[in-house]
Design a protein. Structure first.
Length: 168
């Protein structure tokens, strides 16, 4: 997902992976599954198959762990802040774990064209000899939106194809 905020002197672009459900939605889903599993497990326990209860608990613990892990991975963000003089890129979950600050006139975008109609273009920020991948988790429509925003802000771009790549 691409969220753009134009303020007086700078533009902030926030890139996040698409999420099907929020953490609160995942918690409600997990709670409903715990209740359903508990009812079924209690029914079997009342019929004498009490050994089902620990396995139902382990199953719900595994489901909860998987939901938490996926929600945590989807909380990743890339924040691109552009002003007249500089470009600031921050990446991380919950807080910036990596950040880069560049002079705006020394930065360009390197765009790798799609090799399939369904794939997304590869977007990299180029500063001298350094290349930083931008929005690798974005889908095709979000990549096109991001490219349109960056081009509208005057960031120079260089497009190149898939030369030298082979698929087996």
């Amino acid at each position: 997902m691409v969220a753009v905020d134009h303020s007086n002197e700078q533009t902030r672009i926030v890139l996040t992976p698409n999420r099907s459900m929020s953490w609160r939605g995942n918690q409600l889903f997990l709670l409903s599954m715990i209740v359903l599993s508990g009812l079924i497990g209690t029914g079997f326990a009342l019929m004498g198959a009490w050994v089902i209860l620990p396995f139902a608990g382990l199953e719900m613990a595994a489901l909860g762990s998987a939901l938490y892990y996926v929600s945590w991975k989807l909380s990743y963000q890339e924040v691109l802040t552009l002003s007249a003089q500089q470009l600031l890129l921050e990446k991380g979950v919950y807080r910036p774990r990596q950040s880069w600050r560049f002079e705006r006139d020394q930065v360009s975008l390197s765009i790798e064209t799609e090799n399939h109609p369904w794939s997304s273009p590869g977007i990299k920020i180029r500063h001298r000899q350094q290349l930083i991948v931008l929005g690798e988790f974005l889908n095709r429509a979000d990549c096109k939106k991001l490219l349109g925003e960056l081009r509208a802000l005057g960031v120079p771009t260089r497009t190149h194809g898939q030369a030298g790549r082979q698929s087996f």
